[in-house]
Design a protein around this ligand. Structure first.
Ligand SMILES: C[S@@+](CC[C@H](N)C(=O)[O-])C[C@H]1O[C@@H](n2cnc3c(N)ncnc32)[C@H](O)[C@@H]1O
Length: 236
């Protein structure tokens, strides 16, 4: 893959992976980048501030793991400044998207991007995933999270939100495989099948994407309160 440094090389990299990105979608991504950099001066949204790094480490990194997904409803847990959900929504506008983010300031930013880009079929829930999951169960075809928690914790937060036979896709750094080993017991308890891992080299860093299928309905026991999950992750 050519080094991704601007809109054109980003578009080519997507094309090589079977994803077509139109000029209008590139403009929307550029606008999102402008808003991210503008708001980042007032609040902590991202440590990545060079445009060429945003194209690769935020946009491409968010989109490539989902290149084979054909979805109806998608939920991003711990969206922060919108990754991976917003680049996905721009490139796959037919998806119905939900972002769950507990920090109100970040939610305000996410709402502002949605309004400015006039995105439809997308919403922000200002809450923690474990609180949403108490009420709203088995709702989404696919749940994802990037840089939110270790895998055994994420599985407990996300499984209740996912439909039976739905997918869970977690974007991990180099600790991904070690986290997978650590989460073996949690997978058994929550009846989640590990499907595959995919390692993607984004510039100097290896990114490990982990793919799962939820096989059975999640017991009402989960998720436990966050304090308990953190203190004693399932199987830990
Ligand atoms: C390091 S940021 C990553 C943001 C984004 N996913 C990304 O990759 O750039 C982690 C985000 O997860 C959110 N978060 C932490 N615990 C959470 C929970 N229990 N439920 C939902 N979001 C959570 C935080 O508020 C924060 O915005």
């Amino acid at each position: 893959m050519e080094k991704v440094i601007d809109a054109k090389t980003f578009q080519l990299a997507c094309q090589e992976n079977g994803i077509s990105v139109s000029e209008q979608q590139l403009e929307q991504l550029q606008k999102y980048m402008d808003l991210l950099l503008e708001w980042n001066e007032k609040m902590n949204l991202t440590a990545i501030t060079k445009p060429e790094e945003i194209w690769s480490k935020h946009f491409l990194d968010s989109i490539l793991p989902f290149k084979d997904c054909h979805l109806v409803s998608f939920c991003d847990v711990g969206s922060g400044a919108g990754f991976p959900c917003l680049p996905l929504k721009i490139v796959f506008p037919q998806w119905d998207c939900t972002m769950i983010e507990p920090l109100q300031k970040r939610c305000r930013f996410l709402e502002h991007v949605i309004d400015t880009l006039q995105l439809e079929k997308i919403r922000v829930i200002n809450a923690r995933a474990e609180d949403v999951a108490k009420e709203h169960r088995e709702l989404f075809d696919c749940i994802s999270a990037r840089a939110v928690a270790r895998l055994s914790i994420l599985l407990e937060l996300c499984a209740p939100l996912c439909k039976v036979n739905g997918k869970m896709i977690f974007l991990k750094g180099k600790s991904g495989l070690e986290e997978l080993q650590e989460a073996r017991e949690a997978l058994k308890i929550l009846q989640i099948r590990f499907d595959r891992e995919e390692t993607v080299q984004i510039e100097e860093a290896a990114h490990i994407n982990l793919y799962f299928t939820k096989e059975k309905k999640t017991s009402k026991k989960y998720p436990r309160p966050y304090g308990q999950i953190k203190k004693k992750p399932l199987g830990g």
